[in-house]
Design a protein around this ligand. Sequence first.
Ligand code: IPE
Ligand code: IPE
Ligand code: MG
Length: 256
Amino acid sequence: MDVNAPRRLAQRMAASMPGAGDEEEKSLRHVAIIMDGNGRWAKKHGVSRLRGHQEGMEAARRAVEAAKDLGLSHLTLYSFSTENWNRPEWEVRHLMGLLRQFFEKDLADLVEEGIRVRIIGDRRTLPNDIREMVEQAERQTADNKGYTLQIAFNYGGRDELVRAVSSLAEQVASGTLDVEAIDERVIGDTLDTANAPDPDLVIRTSGEQRLSNFLLWQAAYSEFIFMDCLWPDFDEAAFREAVDIYRGRNRRFGGR
Ligand code: IPE
Ligand code: IPE
Ligand code: MG
């Protein structure tokens, strides 16, 4: 057995990590946000949960704007999880409606600002009109040269892995892929996030400290920042505060 093989694998893995190999290991390319706390914000202000989600949408717009000023290459927003179908039907319907509204109202601005839009998650089970909007948004922004906005909608990290594994299994079964060829790169390229760098930073608002099925594979070496602020209160100052904390972190990727 080649005793250096594990070391070579680890070096290869480290080299593919965001910011790795740079002088600047704190370079910040990709921020992923778990936008949590709309319901608690609504309760705190004595308004309906629906209003909380509407305000949450405004906060998402602010984050999209701030990401540009921060010079990110990718911003991922967790908008609807595969588990969020367990909410009451009226709330699910409202969240779908907000996504429609976002595409109707904001797509033109995104095109104009050069932002590339990509939706991650299982789109096959979304209502037809939303699936069409998603595809249109991706098509219309495909040639944009600005940063990439990834909207995680009907997204679950485990669901994404299940879909990737079955796709690879089909390719093996049909003879287009050798089992020996399956490595981390092939798996990464089969995920919804193919070609995006792994998130350097994952932010979750509302004080909860869990991943809730977000980017399970991609967040292997991400930094995590949990903020108490409720998502509708998140603004550029809060975003900058998280980035400052991130810059004070020491990323090691398993090295010393
Ligand atoms: C986040 O806010 C929005 C979604 C998950 C869609 P919540 O609706 O989860 O708000 P809380 O957690 O109940 O406060
Ligand atoms: C995570 O928030 C999902 C999104 C932000 C879209 P949830 O509110 O659904 O997560 P849990 O249920 O508190 O873990
Ligand atoms: Mg929540």
